[in-house]
Design a protein around this ligand. Structure first.
Ligand SMILES: Cc1ncc(COP(=O)(O)O)c(C=O)c1O
Length: 370
């Protein structure tokens, strides 16, 4: 049975239905005018000179790493608490993820990252996890002091702001995912890189389409990691309402804060720092006292038809695939502690005040009845 209140719900509209049909009838399906316009509109929205679409975040970043010349043995600082795909592209080109701990914002801790810099470190991939911008000032300073590049992982943060400016526009490169649960989606897989470097944009554009320079002229051996017209048309319509959708998420977050204020045994997500961060709540993540409470609360809510999630239950430095590659890695205390206690509550733009109250009642009932 479908949950009464799902973890996420995709925004749909009749206008988008019509646009899909229009593209289908138009007969142009891959890397056509919809893709070109979507790239331009994304660049304008994020305030960056170049955006290149690809078939997913993972695909786009793989091409970006190739274009950057990331090579075997290079080290990249990255939080362990992120989706596994954050680290897959760098591993595919032979670079080594250097896992960093988080701070109380659940994002990569700048002091911890600094300690892990070696002669082999070439870059940082900070993740604006759950829609909250990382401490970009600290990372930009670190990058400058040690001559490192930064790729902002914006898969969960479309529209988030840091000091009034959109996340994704601060550093030389950024990457976005349009997977269905994301703040900006295209009704399927999709992704893009943003870059300030025209040569990187050119290379990624060439590599995503079989290394083509021209229809029958191949500059490099490339890939088929292109983008589709139907998805682009959907993305263009979603982008027009992205600020509204994010406002819906922020409103729901405020309702959660009101309804759950003072409930013993629950830590709410960190609030925004005035004038510094504007979180877009890809997730609304609470933290419980211990693992058993998290598990039992999740079950209790499920019985009430409320879907929850854990993002993420196994940190990347403890994934079997990583232990197979690098052996057992040293502990990251905060990450390992928090992954056992975090719980993601339903969060999407159309979440109603009634639904938030139902979730909060379920949580309060469970916490008081223990
Ligand atoms: C933080 C983060 N980075 C990267 C990705 C990978 O995105 P995609 O599924 O578009 O490859 C995701 C999505 O799962 C994500 O949440």
């Amino acid at each position: 049975m479908a949950a009464k209140i799902p973890l996420s719900r995709v925004y749909q509209s009749e206008l988008i239905d019509r646009r899909i049909l229009e593209v289908v009838k138009g007969g142009n399906y891959i890397l056509g005018p919809e893709c070109r316009e979507f790239e331009k509109e994304l660049a304008a929205y994020f305030g960056v000179p170049h955006v290149v679409l690809s078939s997913s975040w993972t695909a786009a970043v793989h091409l970006l790493h190739i274009a950057q010349g990331l090579k075997p043995g290079d080290e990249v600082l990255v939080p362990s608490l992120t989706a596994f795909p954050s680290i897959e592209p760098m591993i595919h080109v032979g670079a080594v993820p250097v896992f960093c701990d988080i701070d109380d914002t659940y994002t990569i801790c700048p002091e911890d990252a600094k300690k892990r810099i070696t002669k082999k470190t070439v870059g940082i991939l900070p993740v604006h996890l759950y829609g909250r911008p990382v401490n970009l000032n600290a990372f930009q300073k670190l990058a400058k002091d040690h001559n490192l590049w930064i790729i902002e992982d914006c898969a969960q943060s479309h529209g988030a702001k840091y000091h009034g400016q959109r996340a994704g526009s601060f550093t030389e490169h950024a990457a976005f995912s349009f997977y269905p649960s994301k703040n900006l989606t295209v009704y399927g897989d999709g992704g893009a890189i943003a870059t300030k470097d025209p040569e990187i944009a050119r290379k990624v554009t060439m590599l995503r389409n079989h290394g083509r320079k021209d229809k029958y002229l191949h500059e490099k051996v490339g890939y088929n990691l292109r983008f589709n017209e139907i998805n682009a048309a959907v993305g263009r319509e979603q982008l027009k309402v992205l600020d509204e959708l994010n406002a819906g998420r922020r409103r729901a977050a405020e309702w959660y804060r009101r309804e759950l204020a003072g409930v013993k045994g629950i830590v709410l997500p960190p609030v925004d720092i005035a004038g510094e961060t504007e979180t877009v709540y890809h997730m609304f993540v609470i933290r419980l006292d211990d693992h058993d409470t998290r598990e039992s609360l999740g079950k209790h809510l499920k019985e009430k038809g409320i879907e929850t999630g854990v993002h993420y239950p196994v940190p990347n430095h403890r994934q079997p695939a990583i232990e197979e590659l690098y052996g057992t890695l040293p502990s990251l205390p905060k990450t390992e502690d928090y992954v056992r206690r975090i719980l993601s509550l339903p969060m999407f733009p159309s979440l109603t005040e009634e639904e938030v109250k139902t979730v909060a009642e379920g949580i309060k009932g469970f916490m008081q009845g223990r």
